[in-house]
Structures are given as structure tokens and as C-alpha cells.
Write a protein that binds this ligand. Structure first.
Ligand code: MG
Length: 376
């Protein structure tokens, strides 16, 4: 049962190229399936989330993170009466524009581009992937996704202005995105805040005492788990506490969004779009808990000295390869050399690097820059 404010697939603004209807899959289900069958989606398996695979095989990568975001998003969307098919497609596509090496790779690529008066933005890159780079169909380039999925790719995590991004004008930049897209940014955070506590603890980079002291919501549920299971292994108590933290964030989000929709008398998709602010968010108390968890992860995990060496490697690999192809464009694959006739060389190199997996970029580095990465 869809709520009045949900996106209805039969009212979709449609695809760029008309296609015959599928006998039993609707357009958002087809978009979800197109994303799953895309090459860029498969490559997420070998892209770093926080830990590179050299650290351990147990931790999340960008594909398993994406699947977790899809799982959490489906639950929330169903409770709020949103369009679950659209939410699932948006969750599965939300990280498809990420380069190798997680946020370090993104920063390094952006820094390299800025030296040429350009920049790198993973949402814009994701749009280029689904609109142009994926070659699966005889009739058109890209995946020919519906307007609502393309709009969500761009607008789920931030607003873009039509002055700065005139090329995005078709995406209704002066309006809020539907709740289905607004949700993704928050479920993304719920997924990685909880998962990174888990992986950080498992990697022994975060201790139970540290987490408990800095993340009160975790401490509360851990104490409860200690009382309920005094005799089980610590990690099992940890798991019990963490799953309650996740459930607490999800339940608060569902409750708080429902309250706001009621308060603001939101009765249609048009009301959602016309609202001056985004409607999806946590209650003030849980928003505070979200910030505490995030700040703790930044200071103790993402910026921890233990990950420094890997980050240094990643930055060097991206920068040196970028400069290598800039000096020797004839060493790029032929399809990219051809693109360089129409676009700035820096943009073409950036697109090539951004699509790479961690494994592939290391191979390229060894081949072209002639050295092994330090911590391999
Ligand atoms: Mg994500």
C-alpha cells in the first residue's frame, strides 16, 4: 500500500528512450535489475569501503555496504508506505560512482582534477556511468533509467544549484527530491556508522571501552546485553548491542519522518517536492547520537594512524598514475584515447581511474609506475 506522498511508478516521468513495457516487471523494478546487471555494480566488490582487502576478508567492501543500505532502506520505505522498488534501485546505485580506495581515492582524484580547473564528484560521476559509460543495449548508450532514479542519483545526498550545474537543470533543482531519495542518505549513514563500529572493533582498532565512552547509545545497549547475557563471549554481546543500535536508529527515523509528514500536512509527492526543507531526518535526540557515533569514527578510525600507511599508498597510486597518463596519453586504452579528442584529457583520465577496482589500479601502478605499493 503506497502512501499519498509516495512516488507512483505509473506517474514516472519516464525514460530518455521509449521502451516497450515489460509484461510483469514495472519500470522501477527494471531499473533495479539494470543496476544489478551493470558492470560498474559488479566492480563495487573490489572497491574499498573503509578497509582494503589486504586488511581482512571479513570486512565490508562497497558492494556488501551497498547491499546493507538496500536492506535497511527497504524496511524503512515499507513502514512509511514509500515506493520500495524505487528505494531499492536508489540504494543499489547510490555508491556506483565511487572510485577505488574509498574516500581517500575520491580526495586524491579531486585534487588531481583541480590542478586542471576541474573537479571530481561521485554523484555526477554515477550519473555519467548510468547515462553513458555502461554499454549493454543496442539501441542506446547507458542504462536508460527512469527520471526518478537519475534524479535520486544526483539529489539523494546534497542539493545542486542550477547556476553552478546548468547541465542538471532537468532534475528540478529548485525542488526537494522525493522521500524515497531523501531516505538513502540517512540509511547510508545508519549502515556505515554501525558497520564501521563492527569492523573497527573486529580489526582491534577500536576497543569496547573507547566505543562505550564516546558513543553513549552503544554503551546503553551494551549494558543491557551484559545483563541479559552475562556468560556469552564478548563479541556476541557486542553484536547484540550493535544490532539494537541499528534498530534504534531505524525506528527513530521511521517515527520521526511519519511525525513530520503529519505535522507539515504532507499529502502528496508535490507537497514533498515543494517543502522548503528535506523531510527525512532523525529526532533531535537521535540526531545527537548519530553525530557522536560519526565523530568518534572519524577521529578514532578513519583518521587513525593504523590506516595512514594504506592511505598514503592510495593517494600516491592515484596521483602518479594520473600524471603518468597525462604525460603519455598514448598509453591509455584506445577507447579513452578516442574520447580525449572530444573532452579534456584530465577528465578522460579521471573517468578511467574512477572506474577502476582497487586490484586493477594496483596492477596499472605496477605496470606503469614500476614500483610495488609499500604495504603489500
Ligand atoms: Mg554509501
Amino acid at each position: 500500500m503506497l502512501a499519498d506522498y509516495a512516488v507512483r511508478v505509473e506517474e514516472s516521468l519516464g525514460r530518455r528512450y521509449l521502451e516497450p513495457r515489460h509484461p510483469y516487471r514495472n519500470d522501477f523494478q527494471r531499473d533495479r535489475d539494470r543496476v544489478i546487471h551493470a558492470r560498474a555494480f559488479r566492480r563495487l566488490e573490489a572497491k574499498t569501503q573503509v578497509f582494503t582487502r589486504r586488511y581482512s576478508d571479513h570486512f565490508r567492501n562497497r558492494l556488501t555496504h551497498t547491499i546493507e543500505v538496500a536492506q535497511i532502506s527497504r524496511t524503512i520505505a515499507a513502514q512509511l508506505g514509500l515506493n520500495v522498488d524505487l528505494v531499492e534501485a536508489l540504494a543499489l546505485v547510490h555508491d556506483i560512482g565511487h572510485p577505488p580506495f574509498g574516500h581517500v581515492g575520491e580526495k586524491a582524484l579531486d585534487a588531481a582534477m583541480r590542478r586542471h580547473g576541474l573537479f571530481f564528484d561521485h554523484n555526477l560521476h554515477a550519473l555519467r556511468i548510468v547515462e553513458d559509460f555502461e554499454l549493454r543495449y543496442a539501441a542506446f548508450r547507458g542504462l536508460n533509467l527512469t527520471f526518478e532514479v537519475r534524479e535520486g542519483i544526483i539529489k539523494h545526498s546534497r542539493d545542486y544549484s542550477s547556476e553552478q550545474n546548468p547541465e542538471l537543470a532537468e532534475y528540478l533543482l529548485d525542488q526537494r527530491p522525493p522521500l524515497e531519495a531523501q531516505l538513502i542518505d540517512l540509511t547510508d549513514e545508519i549502515a556505515y556508522n554501525t558497520a564501521d563500529l563492527d569492523d573497527g572493533y573486529e580489526a582491534r582498532l577500536l576497543s569496547l571501552d573507547e566505543i562505550g565512552a564516546a558513543v553513549p547509545v552503544f554503551a546503553r545497549f551494551y549494558q543491557e546485553a551484559e545483563r541479559t547475557w552475562p556468560d556469552v563471549a564478548k563479541k556476541l554481546r557486542f553484536n547484540e548491542a550493535l544490532k539494537r543500535v541499528l534498530d534504534h536508529f531505524v525506528s527513530d527515523l521511521i517515527r520521526h519522518v511519519a511525525e513530520r509528514l503529519h505535522e507539515k500536512r504532507i499529502r502528496s509527492l508535490q507537497d514533498v517536492r515543494a517543502c522548503p526543507q528535506r523531510l527525512a531526518g532523525f529526532s533531535p535526540q537521535v540526531e545527537e547520537e548519530r553525530k557522536q557515533a560519526k565523530e568518534f569514527l572519524y577521529s578514532k578510525l578513519y583518521l587513525s594512524p593504523a590506516l595512514e600507511a594504506e592511505k598514503g599508498d592510495a593517494e600516491r597510486v592515484v596521483c602518479e598514475l594520473f600524471d603518468f597518463w597525462l604525460a603519455k596519453p598514448e598509453q591509455l586504452p584506445m577507447s579513452y584515447q578516442q574520447k580525449a579528442a572530444q573532452e579534456p584529457l584530465a577528465r578522460v583520465i579521471c573517468d578511467y581511474i574512477a572506474g577502476m577496482t582497487d586490484n586493477f589500479i594496483y596492477e596499472q601502478y605496477k605496470r606503469h609506475c614500476g614500483r610495488k605499493e609499500r604495504s603489500a
